[in-house]
Design a protein. Structure first.
Length: 492
């Protein structure tokens, strides 16, 4: 039997017992980038090979590290590691051989205290230098974002919102901003008016220019901007059904616009003759000829209450057809009392009843008649008539019988004179005088010198339709075929 000899080699490692407890504390504790939930703490190293920091909120830490304990459960997130102290509210936030640490997890607007301990690793573990360890404190900042909004005009056309910034902060020189799709405005005062450029729900964000850790950086406000353009009129499918004797029926439907949120629209039609209606469509019969200026006013409501947004549509309609001023003839309207005779007539197959009242007590049921006045004066002539469909109408005109005067003019001179009536004008301007003849050019000018109407008279024609001109002063210039000119001032 053979014996095998086993040889073992042993290596002995001896611990270095040459260490000594640190004698110089860290110094120059300094805080940088102190934000709302975090900060940076830096220092100048002491004479330990490493150091540990204990932090506490509200007062200096009372707990001191114990020799031989490593405290390996530490975190730079305040409050997330093992707690120490009698109230279990002190935390190790750093352990290492560096000279700074970024600490987070803090609460805004609170004061935190930090105590730093130098240490060495000896035979039995860490040896801490705890006598008069330096402590420093820092208060975190805060930003409380808030504002109020007043709807100055929340309609789409001007849509002005007035924001009053009520935010508070401990950050020196903090600037606030309002941001939306159309604006990015730094506030130079607490109040700003914001103009929004489209209807719908609009998000306005209040923010600031600080990049410090953990500070509230925005606050959203949702505002309603109501549309100001509420409806169109369906001209394509509108109707104007002409009836007998001034009875035009206008029918137009509105086409509502899409509103981005629940809302209602009230409609008010002003038909231009003193009547109104409150439906979403126009259905109106007029009882006289002429041009009528129609206005549709729409008001936006929410929960049956007006929100202050209005839209208007303006247009005009003209009632033609049976025109008494063209079918009814009374001539002459002005004459001297040596004649005193007027001629009246009306020609229309739809008229079944006529009654002339000449203003002097006499009357006639004849459509065409002659009347002689007994003396000079001003007479209000009235015509009552009824159509075959039963519609009734009344026509008025004034006749002037003047006293005979000796003007001293010879006949040829007086023949050049033309009288325009009635003045003030109504729908039709009539002309009388022997010089009114075919080929005479009528030109009506406004006070601004612009030509308003122009017409060349034909045979048996002595009138000018002025139904479409506006109220005001005008100058009528008559230029006869022989180039003789007469100027007459008229008004409507």
């Amino acid at each position: 039997m053979k014996l095998r000899l086993l040889l073992f080699t042993f290596t002995f490692i001896c611990l270095n017992n040459s260490y000594s407890t640190p004698t110089i504390h860290a110094s120059n504790l300094n805080f940088a980038r102190t934000g709302c939930t975090g900060l940076t703490l830096s220092w100048t190293k002491g004479n330990g090979t490493a150091r540990m920091i204990i932090a506490k909120q509200g007062s200096a830490p009372a707990y001191a590290p114990v020799n031989s304990i490593y405290y390996n459960n530490f975190s730079a997130v305040f409050g997330s590691s093992v707690p120490y102290g009698t109230a279990s509210d002190e935390y190790v936030v750093y352990k290492g051989n560096g000279d700074s640490v970024n600490i987070i997890g803090l609460s805004s607007n609170n004061t935190y205290y930090f105590t730093i301990y130098e240490f060495e690793i000896g035979t039995n573990g860490p040896e801490y230098y705890t006598s008069s360890a330096p402590t420093a404190s820092a208060t975190t900042h805060y930003v409380s974002l808030s504002f109020t909004r007043a709807n100055i005009d929340s309609c789409e056309i001007s849509n002005v919102y007035r924001y009053t910034n009520t935010s508070t902060s401990s950050i020196p020189g903090l600037k606030y901003r309002i941001v939306n799709n159309w604006a990015d405005t730094t506030l130079n005062s607490n109040t700003i008016d914001i103009h929004v450029k489209a209807s719908g729900f609009v998000t306005n964000k209040l923010t600031h220019n600080s990049s410090l850790t953990g500070c509230s950086n925005f606050l959203n406000d949702i505002a309603k901007v109501y549309p100001n353009y509420l409806a169109d009129i369906d001209w394509k499918n509108g109707t104007d059904s002409v009836q007998d004797f001034l009875g035009h029926l206008f029918k137009y439907q509105t086409i509502p616009k899409t509103i981005p949120f629940p809302a209602g629209v009230t409609y008010t039609w002003n038909y231009g003759d003193g009547t109104t209606s409150y439906f979403n469509k126009m259905q109106k019969s007029y009882n006289d000829t002429g041009r009528y200026y129609v206005q549709l006013e729409m008001s936006l409501t929410e929960n049956m209450k007006p929100v202050g947004c209005f839209d208007t549509i303006n247009f005009s309609v003209r009632v033609t057809g049976f025109n008494p001023y063209l079918l009814i003839k009374i001539s002459p309207l002005i004459q001297e009392e040596d004649s005193n005779k007027i001629y009246v007539s009306i020609t229309n197959n739809n008229i079944t009843y006529t009654c002339w009242r000449f203003g002097d007590g006499d009357s006639s049921l004849n459509a065409n008649d002659t009347h002689i006045y007994d003396s000079a004066g001003t007479y209000n002539v009235r015509l009552d008539l009824t159509t075959i469909s039963g519609k009734k109408g009344v026509f008025y005109e004034t006749v002037y019988i003047t006293k005979k005067q000796n003007t001293g003019l010879n006949k040829s001179e007086s023949d050049l004179g033309t009288i325009a009536y009635p003045n003030p004008l109504k729908e039709i301007l009539y002309l009388t005088g022997q010089s009114v003849q075919a080929g005479t050019t009528l030109q009506l000018y406004g006070l601004d010198g612009k030509l308003v109407l122009e017409k060349v008279l034909t045979d048996n024609e002595n009138y000018l339709d002025v139904s479409q001109i506006k109220t005001g002063q005008y100058t009528l210039i008559l230029t006869r075929p022989d180039k003789t000119v007469q100027v007459i001032s008229v008004q409507k």
